[in-house]
Design a protein around this ligand. Structure first.
Ligand code: HEM
Length: 525
């Protein structure tokens, strides 16, 4: 039956045109947000705002925000507006403002932009995604897991996994096979995180099809639907909430929750104590129940207002934390190692200098790779820092405004729920701070050179209260791999590598298309 006119098809056309016009007007109003605040934005286009190239995956996150950094900074701007689809974002170029947002005035920007809905998806109830006081209490509890003391206690697990890595490399050097470095070091970091976070020997170096490796790959190479869910989670998270769509597929959640459940059961039944992250989580569960560990407010009160982590962790909460350590820990580190190897093979004099340092230090430590020996490898530290400068695995830092904030010396107020991005990829390639930024020069991180640079010019692990909690852990796994490999093997670039590297626009973490292929040869003593 016709509604508006005599003909149903005219009604249909009218409704269709009205909906389209309504959507366009709504988007135009949304995309006027920064204009109304007199904040300059790059040219905005319908329907994706400024992010159309990111949505069509024709540009990488790193290139998008590096280009924007240079384009806007050259106009003398300290910040600009941006629309990630319908989500307004402030992009900050000025180091002082970046410092205020992530450290000095942190109380206005306490949250990450990561999706969190523990009811729909238990795995999102993890440290990186939790908000407000819930995050604050959990962060306070988890921080002791990553002290240098705890790292020393876990160090033997790193060394055990490195033996497998060396065995694997020995095999390759014997048959003179080129190998893709990210695949191999990804298996190594998966094994370490599996051991330390889940107490499980994944053996992915021996068995590349191990379950952990399989899920690791799935998480780092999302398919179209998963990419769409990731984008929705950042730009319009309400859609996932209302439609009750979990961010992580049910089989991923089932795998991680089951593995934590089995580990906890086994350890509790057999009184097993290990120096790892899982043990600490079990202690939280049990100590808290006996009153030894108190969160800032009582769990009951917290449960009431729904904004506190309770006094005890449920199995799902434990699984979510182990999961984030896996998610945040294995690929960032394997990516860093991959780019570091690429630079070491394209700068053979740096590789040689590093090899000499490793041998010298080990000689002083009777040939044993101990925690202290690793800390004495200064040149290695510079090489890793320079890699993280050139290729920060996470190219932007993100915050959500949790309390309105007036930008100092301006009339611009950042409203609650507006996102803020700090494009560290731009800062770390800025000639003002790093002359010849494309050159790989570890000496930039010598004590004297570092002292000459401003703070906040090197941010691969973030800064302030929400900085990376696993920095020490990540650096140790990177350095252990470098120490055992560079000491005994010489690496050169294999012709299968697309050099200069081309980054993959489908990946948020910096990744090169086709990978980095190396030749390996044992060095004589
Ligand atoms: C080279 C290695 C790594 C890099 C470059 C890296 C980088 C980062 C960055 C940029 C952040 C956000 C910081 C901010 O917004 O200020 C972060 C957060 C985080 N990282 Fe890492 N990370 C690495 C290794 C690890 C490892 C090994 C783990 C765990 C075992 C880990 C666990 C986390 C967690 C849980 C957070 C969230 C912290 C919070 O919100 O309180 N990361 N990481």
């Amino acid at each position: 039956m016709p509604l508006l006119t005599e003909y149903w098809y005219k009604d249909l056309i009218t409704i269709f045109v009205t909906v389209i016009l309504g959507a366009i007007l709504y988007l135009k109003w949304i995309y006027g947000y920064w204009n109304r605040k007199n904040v300059i934005t790059p040219t905005v286009s319908l329907p994706f705002g400024n992010a159309s190239k990111l949505f069509s995956q024709t540009v990488t996150f790193a290139d998008e925000f590096k280009d924007l950094y240079f384009q806007m900074k050259s106009k003398g701007l300290s910040y600009c507006g941006y629309y990630f689809f319908t989500q307004p974002v402030l992009i900050v170029f000025d180091l002082e403002l970046a410092k205020s947002i992530i450290s000095k005035d942190f109380s206005h920007f306490t949250d990450q932009i990561t999706y969190c809905n523990e009811k729909n998806d238990p795995l999102t109830g993890q440290l990186l995604a939790l908000k407000g006081n819930k995050w604050k209490n959990l962060r306070a509890k988890l921080t002791p897991t990553f002290t240098s003391g705890k790292m020393k206690m876990m160090f033997q697990s790193f060394i055990d996994c490195s033996h497998e890595l060396v065995k694997f490399m020995d095999g390759l050097s014997g048959i003179k096979e080129p190998f893709e470095v990210k695949e191999v070091v990804g298996r190594f970091t998966t094994d370490i995180i599996g051991t330390c976070a889940f107490g499980i020997e994944c053996n992915s170096l021996k068995n590349p099809n191990s379950e952990f490796r399989k899920y690791g790959k799935r998480l780092s190479q999302p398919n179209f639907i998963e990419t769409l869910k990731n984008i929705t989670a950042i730009s319009v998270p309400q859609v996932l909430d209302i439609l009750k769509i979990p961010l992580f597929s049910s089989d991923v959640a089932k795998f991680f929750i089951e593995i934590v459940k089995e580990t906890v059961d086994y350890r509790e039944k057999n009184n097993i104590v290990r120096n790892d992250f899982m043990h600490l989580l079990i202690q939280f569960k049990n100590n808290v129940a006996t009153g030894e560990l108190k969160s800032e407010k009582s769990g009951e009160e917290g449960e009431k207002n729904g904004n506190e982590i309770g006094n005890t962790l449920t199995l799902e909460e434990m699984a979510a934390q182990a999961f984030v350590f896996f998610l945040a820990g294995f690929e960032t580190s394997s990516t860093t190692l991959t780019f570091c190897f690429y630079e070491l093979v394209t700068n053979p004099e740096v590789q040689e200098k590093l090899r000499l340092e490793i041998k010298d230090v080990l000689e002083k430590h009777e040939g044993k790779l101990t925690y202290n020996a690793l800390m004495e490898m200064t040149y290695m530290d510079w090489c890793v820092n320079e890699t993280l400068r050139k290729y920060p695995p996470i190219p932007i830092l993100c915050r959500c405004c949790t309390e309105p904030y007036r930008i100092p010396n301006s009339d611009v107020v950042i409203d609650k729920n507006v996102h803020v991005y700090i494009p560290i990829i731009g800062i770390q390639h800025d000639t003002e701070y790093y002359p010849e930024p494309e050159k790989f020069d570890p000496e930039r991180f010598s004590f004297q050179n570092k002292a000459k640079r401003q703070h906040y010019t090197w941010l691969p692990f973030g800064e302030g209260p929400r900085a990376c909690i696993g920095m020490r852990f990540g650096l140790i796994q990177i350095k252990v791999a470098l120490a055992v490999l560079i000491k005994d093997y010489k690496f050169t670039l294999n012709s299968k590598t697309q050099s200069p590297l081309v980054l993959d626009p489908r990946s948020f973490i910096m990744t090169s298309i086709g990978g980095v292929w190396l030749n390996i040869e044992k060095v004589s003593d």
